[in-house]
Design a protein around this ligand. Structure first.
Ligand code: PLP
Length: 378
């Protein structure tokens, strides 16, 4: 146990700028306290102009809701198969089950830790040979590192299977100077409390097709037909973003570039202080890839070393977390087909996410690095 009292260091905590409360107050002052209003429209506009001027954005209550609507809009329904990157957070896969469809999991490549183009090809061909062409592919830019966009686009075109681009962790990342969120037939973002910017809870659907945005808003607001009374010919959802929370989002968009810079600086700091330790590896940014470095992750030689570091940090009030446990190893998903070569299982065993908030102080960062260095001195 440490004898010095210190404040807890979190993995990734919210970091407000200066304008959020002003925009929230605007919502109160004008009584737009509803899941629609000027903040929602302006928040959507700011994301559109940030990502790419030809995308359309629908602000929603969560990233999970956005994935659910994306799959539904692409026609996924009961009995369909949907390919999903195995190495991800469960929210990438759960909406497949909401729709009564069946997930098929695909393992990662070592270069980006994201869906392996090779295994993806193999999975698609195998599913087709079994008489079941997958309806969609959920690909993820994990920890902010883009997936292999050009290969994924090629495979998606060749087989005519649309990609749902899970960009929940990658707002501010880019590939060949194109911003993440703009690659899938439909992309999704998350503004949950731990993401690079937050609305406390929230998400968005991003698409180049205006009719998909309109469909998303229609479904997200209870699927009301055009009639003076309440008339419904579709199952609807209550998934729209609150105008109060969109006020936070407007403020956060104004500081997004600073947040990306700060997270990337965290990564560079850790790398400069820790890469002399032979047992610690970092994920390299391949040519043409730009990661927002949402979380800085390290790879250790073994599960035991990873645990030693994690427990040393925990004892000293520093939160860290093992990398995502792959979906094909999760009790809820292990019964579904998977195409794996052990890559993500290995990353899960040996990898650790370090505190990565854009609001960490230099003192915090020094404390974390010293604790890790100490583990290797023992
Ligand atoms: C956070 C996250 C989601 C879900 O977003 P919510 O806004 O929390 O619903 C989906 N996919 C990934 C990869 C995430 O990290």
């Amino acid at each position: 146990m440490s004898l010095i009292t210190t404040t807890k260091i979190w993995l990734s905590s919210p970091h407000m700028g200066e304008k959020e409360q002003i925009y929230v107050k605007e919502a109160f002052d004008t009584n737009w306290v509803a899941p629609l209003g000027p903040n929602v429209n302006l928040f959507e506009k700011s994301i559109e102009s940030y990502i790419d001027n030809d995308v359309h954005v629908a602000a929603l209550s969560s990233g999970t809701a956005a994935i659910h609507l994306a799959l539904e809009i692409l026609g996924v329904s009961k009995g369909d198969e949907v390919i999903c990157q195995s190495f991800t957070f469960s929210a990438s896969a759960n909406p497949i089950l909401y729709l009564g469809a069946t997930p098929v999991f695909v393992d990662s490549e070592k270069d980006t830790w994201n869906i392996s183009p090779e295994l993806l090809k193999k999975a698609i061909e195998d599913r087709i040979s079994k008489g079941k062409k997958p309806k969609a592919i959920v690909a993820v830019h994990l920890y902010g590192m883009p997936y292999n966009v050009s290969e994924l686009e090629r495979i998606s075109m060749e087989h005519d299977i649309p990609i749902v681009e899970d960009s929940a962790e990658a707002l501010g990342s880019s590939y060949d100077n194109r911003r993440c969120g703009s690659f899938g037939k439909i992309g999704i973002l998350s503004f949950n409390g731990n993401k690079i910017i937050t609305t406390s809870g929230g998400g968005a659907l991003v698409t180049k097709k205006l009719k998909y945005k309109e469909r998303a808003i229609f479904l997200a607001t209870q699927a009301r037909d055009d009639a003076p009374h309440y008339q419904h010919s579709n199952v609807g959802y209550n998934y729209r973003m609150s105008n109060v929370l969109a006020g936070i989002g407007r403020g956060q968009m104004e500081v997004l570039n600073d947040r990306v810079e700060a997270r990337r600086a965290n990564f560079e700091f850790y790398k400069s202080k820790l890469s002399h330790i032979e047992e610690i590896e970092f994920l390299h940014e391949p040519d043409g890839y730009f990661s927002n470095r949402w979380l800085t992750c390290i790879l250790t030689p073994t599960f035991e070393v990873r645990e030693k570091i994690r427990l040393e940090l925990l004892e000293n009030d520093v939160e860290s977390r093992p990398l995502w446990k792959p979906m094909h190893l999760q009790p809820i998903f292990e019964k579904y087909a998977n195409y794996s070569d052990g890559t993500s299982a290995d990353l899960f065993e040996r990898g650790l996410c370090l505190p990565s908030g854009s609001n960490l102080s230099q003192e915090d960062l020094n404390r974390i690095v010293d604790l890790i260095i100490n583990v290797f001195k023992l």
